[in-house]
Design a protein. Structure first.
Length: 213
């Protein structure tokens, strides 16, 4: 387990003006990946919390207070494409840190499943649990797996209910957000095709464009 505190990210509350924030309760789960409506550049990140691998609540608004943060939404530790992308991000992580930013992964996996994923692959950055789908809904990334896809996944030995601990059958489309210290999205990338992932170099290129603190 990687501590957010040890990596310089403070866990705590942050006050938002209602006019500038996206309220998670108003968000929904799309019927298909193509129907999602992701958060865009220039918007403030939503007022929503996720959990650490040991079950502590973390307000996303607390993650950017000392440095820009790169939020990477992925489907779960059970997804081989996600694991391959995570491994690419792991290689880029030292350069992301050197650029003055922090990297955080967010998935629908439960805290326990997230902890197992982090331990299995020795992931050096924080993996946060959005098991109740609050964050992915608030970011406009959530969609519901249809019955045929659920059945196919079960045939592969994938149980998304067991992974998350919930029966919402929601996943996020893969997405990367760079959030500045004010909480504003300065870069956004998402793709309803879960096989398509952003190259880590693109993240580094965008971080190089941010003003020095």
């Amino acid at each position: 387990m990687v501590s957010l505190l040890s990596s310089g990210v403070r866990v705590g509350a942050f006050v938002w003006f209602a006019a500038s924030a996206v309220v998670a309760q108003e968000a929904t789960i799309a019927t298909t990946a193509e129907a999602t409506k992701p958060l865009q550049v220039g918007q403030a990140i939503p007022r929503v919390s996720v959990k650490t691998t040991d079950g502590q609540n973390v307000a996303l608004s607390s993650l950017h207070k000392t440095r820009p943060v790169v939020l990477v939404f992925f489907r779960g530790g059970w997804c081989p494409i996600c694991t391959r992308h995570t491994q690419q991000l792991m290689k880029a992580y030292p350069r992301i840190k050197a650029a003055g930013a922090e990297l955080v992964g967010i998935s629908p996996d439960s805290p326990t499943s997230s902890n197992q994923n982090q331990a299995k692959h020795s992931i050096p950055f924080s993996i946060l649990s959005d098991a109740d789908a609050a964050a992915m809904k608030a970011f406009g990334l959530a969609f519901e797996l249809d019955a045929a896809t659920l059945k196919r996944y079960q045939g592969f030995g994938i149980d998304v209910e067991q992974a998350s601990g919930y029966k919402h059958h929601a996943l996020p489309i893969p997405a990367v957000y760079i959030v500045d210290r004010t909480g504003k999205v300065v870069y956004a990338h998402s793709d309803p095709n879960y096989r398509e992932r952003l190259e880590p170099q693109a993240i580094l290129d965008q971080l190089s464009k941010l003003p020095s603190p």
